[in-house]
Ligand binder design. Structure first.
Ligand SMILES: [Zn+2]
Length: 384
């Protein structure tokens, strides 16, 4: 009986989180026109293109059922504008920090994916649409352990308007906004949007953009249960203006962590904080990988093999963690110690020669995840 009760409780929790995103309020706030214009059209990509940076990042996707209408939101730049809009809002709220995006040659790398299943079949997943899409993306190879997939789903949702994971309780790497025709929120049965779906301006984050950011924070593990105002599996009860609010009032997102006590800059080292997330740019001191994400520090992001692709001149290694690091040059498969970099220190290495491979290890010889940036810095991300 106890087992059964627990199982029921777990299901209830899953449904709460999955159905976390309410429909658009009927009274839409007015938006002032903006001079910013959408970026020019891009080529369609059906695979994740080479990354400008490594490490934790947001990868945007335009996903359609087999029979879904193709609005070309990827090639028309609509998704790029939408992502830039919520990231710009985040930077305003945070004082500059924003999410690290997966870009290709400086433009947002948006992948187009058409699924084998049809719209009706996928809609029957109901509260489990997130699980189905997670499975489908993984089956198509979109399972980079350092990427959070922001999915603009052009199919119909009949349960919620957005879906996010909530690790460690509900692991997953997807955040989903339903933008397909006929999508509605089961409770209270309202359509997921009225009027424009995606914002036409990077300066004007709107309902759908807030919704996507809300789901993405869930997938990064926020709001954690240790937060003082935690409510309803991953939300806050601080008020409807909070980005992560859920409750009886109509959601009117306008603030990142009201009171700064639950998920951003709260100062409690024992509770996850977006301000310390390895998803942020610039990378915070002692950046933390998301709790509950599968850790994979091998291969990708742990060596500087493709250094010429990123760097023209010297390489600066910045140790943002609290462990001392050792940098090795790999020659014919063997590692030779090049230098050490103390915690909190940085060091200009060498003139990297073409094809050189570098590897960084901590004092226990474990490989350390590296962040590349195009300005010649490789930063070390702390792996808990
Ligand atoms: Zn939610």
């Amino acid at each position: 009986m106890l087992t059964m009760l627990c199982h029921r409780a777990l299901i209830a929790l899953a449904l709460l989180a999955a159905a976390c995103s309410p429909p658009e309020p009927s009274t839409s706030p007015s938006h002032s026109p903006s001079p910013s214009s959408p970026p020019p059209a891009a080529e369609r990509a059906t695979a994740d293109r080479p990354d400008d940076v490594s490490g934790y990042q947001i990868h945007a996707m335009y996903v359609l059922p087999s029979d879904g209408d193709d609005s070309e939101l990827d090639v028309r730049g609509s998704i790029e504008t939408s992502v830039m809009a919520f990231n710009s809002w985040l930077a305003q709220q945070s004082g500059g920090a924003h999410l690290r995006l997966d870009t290709y040659h400086g433009r947002l790398d948006v992948t187009f994916l058409r699924l084998e299943a049809g719209d009706d079949a996928l809609a029957t997943a109901g509260a489990y649409l997130l699980n189905v899409l997670q499975y489908e993306l993984k089956a198509h190879g979109f399972d980079d352990p350092h990427k959070l997939y922001a999915v603009y789903y052009g199919g119909r949702s009949e349960w919620a308007c957005g879906y996010g994971a909530w690790p460690p309780s509900q692991p997953g790497t997807l955040a989903v906004r339903a933008i397909g025709p006929g999508s509605y929120h089961r409770d209270p049965g309202a359509p997921c949007w009225t009027g424009d779906q995606l914002t036409p301006s990077v300066d004007d984050s709107r309902y759908l953009e807030f919704g996507m950011l809300h789901e993405m924070l869930h997938t990064m593990g926020f709001v954690a249960e240790c937060a003082p105002s935690h409510a309803l599996a991953g939300h806050t009860a601080d008020g409807p203006q909070d980005l992560m609010y859920s409750g009886p009032e109509t959601w009117q997102p306008a603030a990142l962590d009201l009171g700064r006590d639950d998920y951003f800059q709260h100062g409690n080292p024992d509770c996850p904080d977006l301000a310390r997330s390895a998803f942020l740019k610039p990378l915070p001191q002692g950046a933390q990988s998301p709790v509950g994400w599968q850790q994979s520090v091998a291969r990708k992001g742990t060596s500087l093999r493709d250094i010429r692709y990123y760097l023209d001149h010297a390489l600066t290694v910045v140790n943002n963690g609290n462990r001392n690091m050792q940098v090795f040059r790999v020659v014919d498969g063997a590692e030779r110690l090049a230098t050490g970099v103390h915690a909190g220190d940085s060091k200009v290495l060498l003139q990297p020669d073409e094809g050189a491979t570098w590897r960084v290890r901590d004092e226990q010889s474990a490989e350390v995840l590296l962040e590349f940036s195009s300005d010649g810095e490789a930063q070390l991300v702390e792996i808990p």
